[in-house]
Design a protein around this ligand. Structure first.
Ligand code: ATP
Ligand code: MG
Length: 434
């Protein structure tokens, strides 16, 4: 009702701000599914068609959704289910069972949860079943329609799918996939996992019953796509009640994204993680700094938010290192600068460190090779350095190629805050040459 009126008369700024915060919070805090999930249109279509075959045509099926953390697997599945359930017939018929490998840690618990979600506790009562298979087929049998001519389609979603592979004998997986292959009842088994190698975890008899359909979410946006996404995520759409405010807001978002310092900060986020989840976290922090007095996101807000996001465990861990370990990290940083991120070995790091020592008159940093080796191993344990995988070739420890898992800014910032960091070490870290 008030919509048309509002278009004519601008809303008070306070109202606009709370409206913006409301819209963006919904978008960024996972409360609202996107209408069409960006960048995964093909996967959406594929999954929807697969599930339709079960829900509408009563065919059985199995599929895995595979993608890294935060890549939108759950979001994709939810969007597909939302679109699938738009059909009245499907909504009436389709039964859903959602299991999670983190919660249902063995098959007995999983079976209880299935029974509960299918509302069959009373039907099962205190019956004792010989095997999991018997129990499952009893459940599916109980779901037959009144005339017992056909079963209702059941969708099984197994989130953290890989964890189910650790259950004893993989009984649950075996039976679900077995049902999905036989004509017993129309079921769709959807596994969701972030392990690309998940099939290797499956026993042969389980694997052979799986359809080998996989939907991958491995989108790798370029930086300009990433920038564009930031802008879209922050922009208001045409249906915003106050047109002028929306235009101003969108213009300020555009200016924000074109700012050089903002671009640099975003580049750092892009380098460390490109997914929507971490992106949303950053933008949410920016949004929380908007107020009536400051009705736009300024570059400083984004830089501050970015700093908060990047306070990371790894940089904090640097503070717990010994001076020797810190020196090795600095040596690696220099190597990274000189060789542009090419891997290095301990010998190179040691040489770099020696160059620094040669410029000193005192010998307080004179360490024996085994001590250096030990420090290097500790850094590896902390996962600050990681071997470049060439496991087939057995090289001597000192010559094994490694990579530093921290970027320069992380090292420099951590160093600034390092308690009682010797000044000469700090200067060495800041110097451009080794
Ligand atoms: N294409 C997209 N468009 C808009 N938002 C997205 C998109 N992909 C992911 N997101 C958002 O990113 C966040 C993380 O997505 P989601 O929870 O689906 O990840 P996931 O792959 O299930 O991660 P996990 O392995 O940790 O369960 C969600 O808030 C989701 O709304
Ligand atoms: Mg998920």
């Amino acid at each position: 009702m008030s919509k048309r009126k509002a278009k004519d008369a601008p809303l008070p700024v306070g109202k606009c701000i709370s409206e913006v915060q409301d819209i963006l919070r919904k978008r960024l805090c996972h409360q609202q599914l996107p209408d069409t999930p960006e960048g995964v249109e093909a996967q959406h279509k594929h999954l929807l068609e697969l599930l339709k075959r079960t829900a509408v045509h009563g065919e059985s099926n199995s599929v895995l959704i595979v993608g890294p953390r935060g890549s939108g697997k759950t979001m994709l599945l939810k969007c597909v289910l939302r679109d699938l359930l738009e059909e009245k017939e499907v909504e009436r018929n389709l039964l859903q069972v959602h299991l999670n490998g983190l919660l249902q840690t063995d098959d007995k618990i999983a079976l209880q949860e299935m029974t509960r979600q299918l509302h069959l506790e009373n039907v099962v009562g205190d019956k004792v079943f010989g095997s999991f298979a018997e129990n499952l087929s009893f459940l599916l049998e109980a779901l037959k329609k009144g005339d017992r001519s056909s079963s209702r389609p059941v969708l099984f979603v197994l989130d953290e799918f890989d964890l189910f592979a650790h259950h004893k004998n993989q009984t649950l997986l075996y039976n679900l996939f077995d049902v999905s292959q036989s004509a017993q009842a129309p079921v769709a088994v959807v596994g969701v996992t972030c392990r690309l190698d998940v099939l290797e975890l499956l026993e042969k008899r389980v694997k052979s019953r799986f359809s080998h359909r996989q939907i991958h979410l491995l989108s790798n946006p370029t930086f300009s796509q990433y920038l564009e996404r930031v802008q879209t995520q922050l922009s208001l759409q045409d249906d915003f009640p106050d047109k002028t405010f929306a235009q101003d807001w969108n213009a300020s978002v555009k200016t924000l994204c074109e700012d050089k310092s903002v671009e640099d900060a975003l580049q750092r986020h892009y380098n460390s993680s490109k997914n929507f989840r971490s992106n949303h976290m950053l933008l949410m922090l920016c949004l929380s700094r908007v107020s009536v007095a400051k009705p736009a996101i300024k570059p400083a807000d984004l830089l501050e938010a970015s700093k908060m996001c990047l306070i990371d465990a790894q940089a904090n861990m640097l503070h717990g290192l010994s001076i020797l370990e810190l020196c090795l990290i600095i040596a690696m940083k220099h190597l990274n600068d000189v060789y542009e991120g090419e891997p290095f070995n301990l010998q190179m790091v040691h040489n770099e460190f020696k160059k620094f020592l040669q410029r000193k008159s005192n010998s307080m940093y004179n360490f024996e090779q085994p001590v250096i080796m030990k420090a290097f191993e500790h850094l590896q344990q902390l996962e600050m350095i990681r071997p470049v995988d060439n496991s087939s070739v057995k090289t001597q420890r000192e010559y094994q190629l490694m990579r530093l898992m921290l970027d320069n800014t992380q090292v420099m910032e951590a160093l600034q805050k390092y308690p009682q960091c010797p000044t000469d070490v700090k200067q060495w870290a800041m110097s451009a040459y080794g």
